[in-house]
Design a protein around this ligand. Structure first.
Ligand code: SAT
Ligand code: MN
Length: 590
């Protein structure tokens, strides 16, 4: 009898009619073989991978994508639930039968002349009961190699699946990389994603946003856990005690930098467990435990440098894992290394090839690397990787930090009074758009829990699910909101940010340990200035007061925006959250 994996492979072979089928075993030898194949393959008129300078960047290869395929395409991403209401106003919706017919017709014969790669993989550490089994099909060797970095690919996944049919199925083909025929379709009820026409991370590495967040959040809703867009860190205090925290931030808020923070405070150290996704379960003693389902970082290159994130630079230069990929950065021809804006403070190298393969002209006014150019690197390369990263139980979570980029209104940090008001706080996250995101620069976009593009079901139900987790768990983490980006009247940042953010992390830990008092205000609990560790920081008391000030007029405007946002979800917004909003409205009206 054929196993369900074999049946799936046969079905895919008949649909796609590839010239060859290759099942990945996950070994280093295999990766070397696929890399050398990619060095000889031309896709979309470009060699798929080019070797970079191995002395500077060990195991590193360069990839250039089609210029039309450089980011997630949210308008072409669908959640195909039986009813539109289940997907909610936060998702594009298509009827599942219609969506499948559409995809099956564009998939037909799409791999003729190509190899079909079968990628068995596990999201999560193999011994964990929280880990999930998956199989992805793709016709891109670049995607296959990227999956090796980002997840646990190979035989162990096949063994774990055995004869069961209960694994995630991800079906991907590059097609002709035509943005008019590019679709990323999710079928949460069937544990299935179909993706066509893009090789970009979030569209094509189906274990990442598609499975670990959109499908994962739906599974969590059904099974009583949470799939979140969060970093996981362990903060070690001078006494050696490690406190595990989660952090959720919309894009362009320094999430990856926080995951690898080098605290300015003496004796503190941050251990990295994840920079993007956390799966949170109710574990021992009713406490929340988190695992990072991923095995690598798919990070934005521009802005990553020795000053902003030295740990990531070390990660990229580490030779532990094969391979590391750079996509759509520029290349410095003088030494065959990847280059991007913000890598160094020095002058721009004189002989650069830009991300589109052209000789770079410094005076063009354009960046040499694409603003969303990326590196794909194993988490095992990270020098601050927590020894607990592979713990099958995950790590016990004591605090959750939410944040956004706001020039006003939101104080530097505050604590929610309890779980439910924390859920409210997370549900109202807003962030100003930066040049890196599409749309108008500087407008506030609501992004609850930083999950708006990634929640695979109705966000109103998702809020209720968060409240329910609070009822089920016995020992809940404290919830905090931070805003590193407040500006003064001259438009200057008031808080130094970066490594100094460790001062706020310390306050958060002190609150978790009930070591310091806080001051109650309309929105929650604020630090008393003398309970912040400001050793070695030159900052005026007035500035700190402003950073921690609640301006009722700002909040009146904020509440109007929140009401507008909540209204989109109609009756689905839980009563608890509506009540909090009303209570807050009354408080700031006084
Ligand atoms: O590929 S990801 O979706 O993880 C990165 C992004 O575009 O946000
Ligand atoms: Mn992300």
């Amino acid at each position: 009898m054929l196993t369900h994996i074999e049946l799936f492979i046969n079905e895919m072979r008949e649909l796609f009619l590839p010239d060859e089928v290759y099942v990945m075993d996950g070994t280093q030898e295999e990766a070397e073989k696929l890399v050398s194949l990619a060095e000889k393959s031309v896709v979309d008129e470009k060699v798929v991978l080019k070797k970079l300078n191995g002395q500077e960047y060990p195991n590193s290869y360069y990839h250039r994508s089609n210029p039309n395929d450089v980011a997630r395409t949210e308008h072409l991403t669908f959640v195909c639930t039986p009813t539109k209401e289940e997907a909610g106003p936060n998702n594009n919706w298509l009827d599942p039968i219609e969506a499948k017919n559409k995809m099956n017709s564009i998939f037909k014969v799409a791999m003729k002349g190509r190899t079909m790669y079968v990628i068995p993989f596990i999201m999560g550490t193999p011994k964990s009961k929280y880990a999930k089994n998956c199989v992805q099909i793709t016709d891109s060797v670049y995607v296959a190699l990227s999956m090796r970095v980002m997840s646990r690919v190979g035989k162990q996944a096949i063994e774990r699946i055995g004869t069961s049919s209960g694994f995630f199925r991800g079906i991907h083909s590059m097609g002709d990389i035509n943005p008019d025929r590019r679709f990323i379709m999710h079928f949460p009820q069937e544990n299935l994603v179909m993706s066509f026409g893009s090789g970009y991370g979030g569209n094509a590495l189906l274990g990442k946003k598609c499975y670990s967040l959109r499908i994962g959040s739906y599974l969590g809703y059904k099974e009583g856990w949470l799939a979140e867009h969060m970093i996981i860190i362990g903060v070690q205090a001078p006494n050696g005690k490690i406190t595990y925290l989660l952090g959720a931030f919309p894009s362009a808020c320094g999430k990856t930098n926080l995951a690898m923070l080098e605290p300015v405070l003496k004796g503190y150290k941050v251990w990295t467990l994840g920079d993007d996704i956390a799966w949170i379960n109710i574990g021992e003693e009713g406490q929340l435990y988190a695992i990072n389902p991923e095995a690598g970082f798919f990070g934005v290159a521009p802005g990553t440098g020795i000053k902003t994130n030295p740990i990531m630079m070390e990660t990229l230069k580490n030779d532990k894992f094969f391979p590391t990929l750079f996509t759509n950065t520029a290349v410095d021809n003088s030494n065959n290394t990847p280059w991007w804006e913000g890598l160094t403070d020095d002058e721009i190298p004189s002989d650069l090839t830009d991300w589109q393969g052209r000789k770079y002209d410094k005076n063009s006014g354009q960046p040499a690397a694409h603003p969303n150019s990326r590196f794909t690197v194993s988490i095992y390369n990270c020098p601050t990787l927590s020894p607990e990263y592979d713990n099958p139980k995950g790590v016990p979570i004591s605090g959750i930090i939410f944040g956004g980029r706001r020039k006003s209104t939101i104080p530097l940090v505050y604590e929610a009074k309890d779980w439910n008001s924390g859920v409210f706080t997370a549900s109202i996250i807003g962030s100003e758009t930066t040049a890196a995101a599409s749309g108008q620069v500087g407008t506030v976009r609501r992004d609850p829990m930083a999950m708006l593009p990634f929640c695979g079901y109705n966000m109103g139900d998702y809020f209720q699910h968060w409240l329910n987790i609070g009822k089920k768990a016995k020992k809940l983490p404290k919830i905090f909101m931070v805003n590193w980006f407040r500006k003064d009247d001259d438009g200057k940042f008031m808080w130094p940010g970066f490594r100094d953010n460790s001062r706020i992390i310390k306050w958060i830990i002190d609150r978790i340990e009930c070591k310091v008092d806080a001051a109650e205000c309309e929105i929650g609990l604020l630090p008393k200035i003398d309970s912040l560790d400001l050793t070695g920081l030159d900052i005026d008391k007035e500035v700190l007061e402003k950073l921690l000030k609640i301006d009722k007029n700002d909040w009146k405007k904020e509440i109007e925006m929140i009401e507008e946002f909540y209204a989109k979800f109609g009756d689905k917004i839980p009563k608890e959250l509506k009540d909090y909003l009303l209570e807050l409205k009354n408080k700031v009206a006084l």
